[in-house]
Design a protein around this ligand. Structure first.
Ligand code: ATP
Ligand code: MG
Length: 228
């Protein structure tokens, strides 16, 4: 599904240069679940942005099903992103003036889905995250956990191949964290999605089948496959 070869990312701020990624090689198979950990500033979010085609590497290749995202035009990159990749962030990034249903529907507008179908699919997605009774609520009328569920529905409603989550439980209290992680894992398994999640939650990291650690822009991957 993904193959990253020699990916580097440098940010320049005046005279200082930050090597956010310093040569990352990584393969992620279809349907794999990869958890990413590491110290703050290590390059986790930068890597997710490369996987999601939100930004381009300074050098190297980011192959998604054989297509190098680093070389695509902005237009094609936007199309690939819209169709294939769902994002969930720490801050839920919902539009405050839109209801839960409308927030989820917005993800389908660029895909050219007709209004009635948008509505049906958005309601279905909200049902799959357990929010069928909150379709008409504004984000301000929802709890943090519920807002993140709306964001998850918005990411999944377009039926992506990949779900990328950057500290999806970072703004939630402990009791809510497990629920959201269980939900994400369950939905990804159900739909056969490739799932990459950045987390500081060591309990989540411990039970990950594959655990990557990024420090100073360098990655190490540990397989946690059950023995025998
Ligand atoms: N747009 C930017 N401009 C300049 N430097 C940046 C930019 N984005 C990130 N960086 C720098 O790149 C490095 C990696 O940042 P990144 O956000 O990937 O870290 P992170 O591992 O996600 O950290 P955290 O756990 O705090 O979210 C950091 O040193 C950061 O300051
Ligand atoms: Mg980050």
């Amino acid at each position: 599904m993904y193959e990253l070869i020699g990916v580097t990312k440098q940010y320049r701020r005046g005279r200082t240069r930050v090597d956010a990624l310093a040569g990352v090689d990584l393969a992620i198979g279809q349907g794999d679940r990869l958890v990413i950990q590491g110290p703050t500033g290590g390059g986790k979010s930068t890597l997710l942005q490369m996987l999601g085609g939100l930004d381009r590497p300074t050098s190297g290749s980011v192959l998604l099903d054989g297509t190098d995202l680093a070389k695509l035009s902005e237009r094609r990159l936007t199309a690939v992103r819209g169709q294939n990749i769902g994002f969930v962030f720490q801050s839920f990034n919902l539009i405050p003036t839109l209801t839960a249903l409308e927030n989820v529907e917005t993800a389908l507008v660029p895909l050219g889905v007709k209004t009635a179908d948008r509505r049906d699919r958005a309601a279905e997605a909200l049902d799959s995250v357990g929010l069928v009774e909150r379709l008409g609520h504004l984000p301000s009328e929802l709890s943090g956990g519920q807002q993140q569920r709306v964001a998850i529905a918005r990411a999944l409603v377009k039926r992506p191949k990949v779900l990328l989550a950057d500290e999806p439980t970072g703004n939630l209290d402990e009791s809510m964290r497990d629920e959201i992680v269980d939900l994400l894992e369950g939905l990804c398994e159900e739909h056969g999605l490739t799932f990459v999640m950045v987390t500081h939650d060591s309990a989540v990291a411990r039970r990950a089948p594959r655990l990557a650690t990024i420090r100073k822009g360098r990655i190490t991957v540990k397989e946690n496959r059950p023995v025998g």
